[in-house]
Write a protein that binds this ligand. Structure first.
Ligand SMILES: [Zn+2]
Length: 389
């Protein structure tokens, strides 16, 4: 408590020395010739920056400000994410002799919420280099890359399907990945879950996956949820994401996911594998003509009819292929390009090396999305999965 008191009084003291102005006032002063400096870090600026602002991270401010603005008489406005770091930045500039420095209260968050103009292009040099080959695609470009960096995907399972999908979504720069898995890495996972490593057997899968993803692309945010998807956490876990990659290894989780994505109005990128075959589709409740998972599988199969990987076995490359098909669909949804698998079921047969596509229309009598469908709560879904399982 004393710590927060200390911090509060220290902030109040700082505010006496550094004038604060609103984002709207800052925007007005910019038009009069003031220099607005965005002191946030490069990765924070990936989601945009005020139009005309000079990007100069707090850590480099004292070092580089004189190159950008040697005139100590110019009006300078410092902006950060929420308005605290900019107070410190402004104070540092005052100490260097800049005479007219203010801090923008509320920072970029408030700037954005007040609808002030934001520059669309704010890729830094690292991003331009890292994503060069996909930036070159006219269907992606800078605006597409910004969409990716602002997107968030939840991956249910850091296993066979989630692992390859996570690797490529991270590499592509999808801004936030949430991994949901409560298992630990086992040696028998490694023939297909190549995101993990032999030395990490026994470690929680989420943590093991995070190590690989962070090493691959340190720019993205990786959130870990060491939980099993259940009736009482499914909506909480999913909320706040743009889409879900379904890598569930059990039917209760898959049916919960199907129900929650419908209720939260978010796309579910479905994938499943068994032995030498796999299938992929996209269920997108935002589109009226989209089927849901239960248009395809109204009820869970009996346990004997639905062997999982540990019982039936699976060729190691198979979940890699299916997981990457899911990642491809996820990227297309985020970018808004191409024709998605909505309304189509893609089946893959590795032994014969054949892809087969079947039309998957919405079922008017579907127990998940049909006219007479009733939602009796997630507990109810868990219960009927266990009964038929
Ligand atoms: Zn349906």
């Amino acid at each position: 408590m004393s710590e927060s008191l200390d911090r509060d009084s220290w902030l109040a003291e700082l505010r006496q020395r550094v004038p604060e102005i609103s984002p709207a006032e800052a925007f007005g002063q910019q038009a009069q010739g003031a220099l607005l400096i965005d002191v946030r870090e490069e990765n924070e600026r990936a989601a945009g920056s005020p139009v005309g602002a000079l990007a100069l991270s707090r850590g480099f401010l004292e070092l580089r400000i004189e190159d950008s603005e040697p005139n100590r008489e110019r009006v300078i406005l410092a902006l950060c994410a929420s308005g605290r770091r900019s107070l410190l930045a402004a104070e540092a500039l005052q100490r260097m002799g800049y005479r007219h420095v203010s801090s923008v209260a509320g920072g970029f968050e408030r700037w954005k919420s007040e609808g002030l103009p934001i520059s669309a292009s704010s890729l830094d040099t690292d991003a331009v280099e890292r994503y060069a080959r996909q930036l070159r695609l006219p269907q992606v470009g800078e605006s597409g890359q910004l969409k990716l960096s602002q997107a968030s995907a939840l991956l249910l399972g850091a296993g066979g399907l989630g692992a390859p999908a996570a690797l490529y979504l991270a590499a592509a720069g999808v801004g936030r990945l949430t991994l949901v898995d409560d298992d630990r890495v086992e040696r028998s996972n490694l023939h297909r879950q190549v995101i993990h490593a032999d030395a990490r057997v026994g470690m929680p899968k989420t943590e093991s996956a995070r190590m690989t993803l962070a090493a691959l692309n340190p720019r993205i945010q990786i959130d870990l949820r060491n939980e099993r998807l259940r009736a009482d956490n499914v909506e909480r876990l999913l909320t706040g994401h743009d889409l879900v990659i379904d890598g569930a290894d059990n039917f209760p989780a898959r049916y919960l996911l199907a129900a929650a994505t419908r209720r939260l109005n978010m796309p579910m990128v479905y994938g499943a594998v068994e032995r030498f075959t796999g299938q992929v589709s996209v269920f997108d409740p935002r589109r009226n003509d989209s089927p849901c998972y239960r248009c395809l599988f109204p009820e869970p199969p009996a346990a004997d009819d639905a062997p999982n990987c540990s019982e039936a076995g699976v060729l190691g490359v198979l979940p890699g292929i299916v997981g990457l098909l899911q990642a491809t669909e996820a990227m297309k949804l985020i970018l808004g390009i191409g024709e998605s698998l909505i309304g189509r079921l893609l089946s893959f047969d590795a032994l014969n090396m054949r892809f087969r596509e079947t039309r998957l229309p919405r079922d008017p009598a579907c127990p998940g999305c049909g006219a007479t469908a009733v939602f009796n709560g997630y507990e109810d879904i868990e219960r009927f999965c266990k009964l038929s399982g």
